[in-house]
Design a binder for this molecule. Sequence first.
Ligand SMILES: [Cu+2]
Length: 316
Amino acid sequence: MKKVFLFVSMVAALALSACNSNDDVENGGIEIPGITFDDDENCCVAEDALRIYNFLQTVKNVPELTTEVEGKYVIYAYSATGSFHKGYNDLYFVATKRTTGNYVKYFTISDFTPLMYMTKMNMSHSTPVSDGFGVFDAGLPAIQRGWVSFLMDSGEGGEWSLSYDVKVLNSEGGVEKAPIQVGALPAGQSWLKSFKVGADTYYLSLVNPLDWATGTNAIQAYVSKKSADITTPYALASEEFTIEIDPRMPDMGNHTSPNNEALTLQSDGAYRGTVNLTMTGLWRIHLTVRDAAGNVVGGGDDLDNGLSSLYWDVTI
Ligand SMILES: [Cu+2]
């Protein structure tokens, strides 16, 4: 009984905080006695607000990327841990109204730019990023998701910063070169590799392999192309590849596993396939990348033992 009451109270509280906003008529709201419509600003019905709130409890705020927009809105960013690591990182943005804390639905993140200044070499480079930020779940209409895949960690001779622009309704703001830390991955994990085709460099970012369990898993990756101006974020490659996988356990005589399926390009720009990891431990996922015509362009039989020298390491 107590639980039910608590839940009803929460929904009621969220309904109030999510739907009531009668103090902001100057921002385009239309006032009708007793009721204010400013749906442009306020995101959600109570059920949506509750789902968004609950989702945000599963991720952590990245304080370096918080910013206030024209004193009216606050932008918050979230990652799995509240910080970043080498390789692929999901990143989420929400916009809230400063006075009420309510989520705002209409905002745009643009010019998202990670930059590493390499101290000794006195040069800067960027890294692979998603094709913008957008809503990824219709049930979470105020959360926009994108990703960044860091080529190096902060210990590898440089300093990372992140910049982005944001527009909330008619207000504009952003973050300019906020210093961030990019942690190293633990031993036995290597999730970002590259291959070259002629003068072009391509990066293979493996998505969140720590979500895997023993047995069959969906495997997802992105292929990005190094920009001609390396301070410009690296976009998804426009070419289509196939990524063949050969998972092995190097500590156990390089035994393999059955029923793996190559990663192929999907309509959303990601590559997806199936990986089967039959036990816990270190798996070296050897990669052979083919172009649209079937030619091997990355990896292949380059190692003494006949396995591809291009591989991701995942320890589960
Ligand atoms: Cu670097």
